[in-house]
Design a protein around this ligand. Structure first.
Ligand code: FAD
Length: 438
């Protein structure tokens, strides 16, 4: 192909509107060809051939392709190892530059570095842009330049720095005539990649303003399906823009805004502590002598612990790929404290099941629950799953929905007794945390 093009590589930003990297590519002076790669490295690791996330991404890719076609362009979609695919593309196209939005996960950073080095050798620039968060890297740090380890001062600094510049949308639509008019409708099917098509059950791609308005009053009650926005999966795959959502949050509800800031916070933590998926952020916590009882873990996974709120949450997760935040906190605390099971087991189970699985928030949430993470609650504060139930599901409506046999003789007896489990957790945690310096 003789025309020099710039590539825009979609990853976790599956939308055309308000897309930072796509906007920059379109304004670069060269026609832009869009690309998506189904990464074999990632897909091969998925256990279920009917993984809902793969179906969701595939549907979104077809939608993107259709949108681009309306502008006389197309989406090149490949399946394989990203570096190998770039090796093919540089032979097929005359590439001037490659544009993409930054991804802060360790695997993505390693992949991007390899692609960057390869393209650099070919004299091709690979440029990364901030898109999926409001602030990244070192944009919100302590006065001494060090990353924050505690959420509240981070949140205050975030709000101080916030202005229209950071929440403004990129007017991509003005420049869509800069797309490269190339037609290549060959999109690999789910079948070709070894996956089955399933209905992922993802909610609408619209921002529910009414829910956001009353969020501070409704957010803690899992029985209320309209108490939170269910936007996490859209934020994960970039099917809605964080800037658009942040503007709504700034207008309508500070509590909701604070949750979006937690999301930025965890992305920042993962960026600065890339090993936090494997290691406790507070190293002492890696000394905990986990019990890791496989049978108890299985009961937790299956929602059969005999603790109704825990069981309801796990069954909701298994069935839908979603779990309410309050319940995520309760089940994670139960696993790490009551069952003294390594948080990494729980993190991996969530990674397998959550539609909105996002390494930064998941590792952040699990390390928070285990006490080892940033701004985690002190280890001796252990959720009582029964009082959490009384407080946040007082009529038992959430539990009844997911655990129909609750209060019948079919319902399992508790896997551990609360008081004893609490004392055991305190003892084991104390032993790990109180000895030595680290
Ligand atoms: P809403 O309450 O409507 O909040 C709006 C958005 O704010 C969410 O979509 C999410 O992007 C962000 N948000 C809200 N709460 C948090 C939080 N505590 N931390 C970070 N971001 C937040 N969230 C994920 O997106 N992916 C995960 O893999 C994930 N794993 C978690 C694991 C544990 C153990 C815990 C305690 C929390 C986890 N969370 C995760 C955070 C939170 O539970 C979900 O973001 C939220 O429940 C999604 O529902 P929603 O979209 O209705 O949220």
């Amino acid at each position: 192909m003789s025309t020099a093009v710039n590539f825009f590589w979609f990853r976790r930003d599956l939308r055309i509107n308000d897309n930072a990297g796509l906007y920059r590519a379109l304004r670069s002076g060269h026609p832009v060809q869009c690309l998506f790669i189904f990464d074999k490295e990632i897909l091969d690791k998925l256990e279920d051939r009917d993984d809902k996330r793969v179906s969701f991404i595939h549907t979104e890719i077809l939608r993107l392709h259709e949108e681009l076609r309306k502008h006389g362009a197309s989406l090149i979609v490949r399946y394989g190892n990203p570096l190998e695919i770039w090796k093919d593309l540089v032979n097929e196209f005359k590439i001037n530059g490659v544009y993409a939005n930054r991804d802060y996960e360790p695997y993505a950073r390693k992949r991007d570095k390899e692609v960057f080095e390869f393209l650099k050798d070919k004299g091709i620039d690979f440029k990364g842009f901030k898109d999926q968060v409001i602030f990244d890297k070192n944009e919100v740090v302590k006065d001494d330049g060090e990353p924050y380890q505690v959420y509240s001062p981070y949140m205050r600094k975030w709000k101080e720095r916030m202005n229209d510049h950071f929440s403004r949308s990129y007017p991509v639509e003005k420049y869509l005539d800069h797309l490269f008019p190339y037609s290549n409708p060959d999109i690999p099917s789910l079948d070709e990649m070894g996956f089955k098509k399933v209905d992922p059950g993802v909610p609408q791609r619209t921002i529910p303003k009414e829910i956001i308005k009353s969020y501070d009053r409704t957010r803690n009650f899992p029985a209320n399906e309209e108490g939170t926005t269910h936007l996490s999966v859209h934020l994960r795959f970039g099917t809605i823009s964080i800037r658009e959502l942040t503007r709504v949050a700034l207008d309508l509800n500070q509590k909701f805004l604070n949750e979006l800031i937690w999301r930025d916070f965890y992305q920042m933590v993962l960026y600065h502590f890339p090993e936090s998926g494997e290691k406790a952020i507070k190293p002492k916590y890696d000394r905990i002598e986990w019990v890791n009882d496989e049978e108890a873990f299985q009961r937790w996974c299956d929602g059969k612990t005999g603790y109704p709120l825990v069981d309801a949450g796990m069954r909701e997760l298994n069935e839908t790929g979603y779990m309410h935040n309050r319940v995520r906190m309760v089940v994670a605390s139960f696993l790490t404290k009551h069952l003294l099971t390594d948080w990494r087991w729980g993190e991996a189970y969530f990674a397998k099941k959550l539609l909105d699985y996002d390494m930064a928030s998941n590792v952040g949430g699990w390390q928070w629950a285990a006490g080892s993470g940033m701004d985690a609650a002190p280890y001796f504060r252990i959720f009582n799953p029964e009082s959490q139930l009384e407080k946040f599901d007082p009529k038992g409506a959430y539990v009844k929905k997911w655990v129909p046999e609750w209060k019948t003789s079919d319902y399992p007896k508790p896997v551990v007794e609360h008081k004893k489990a609490r004392e055991r957790a305190l003892e084991i945690y104390k032993k790990a945390v109180s000895g030595g310096d680290q």
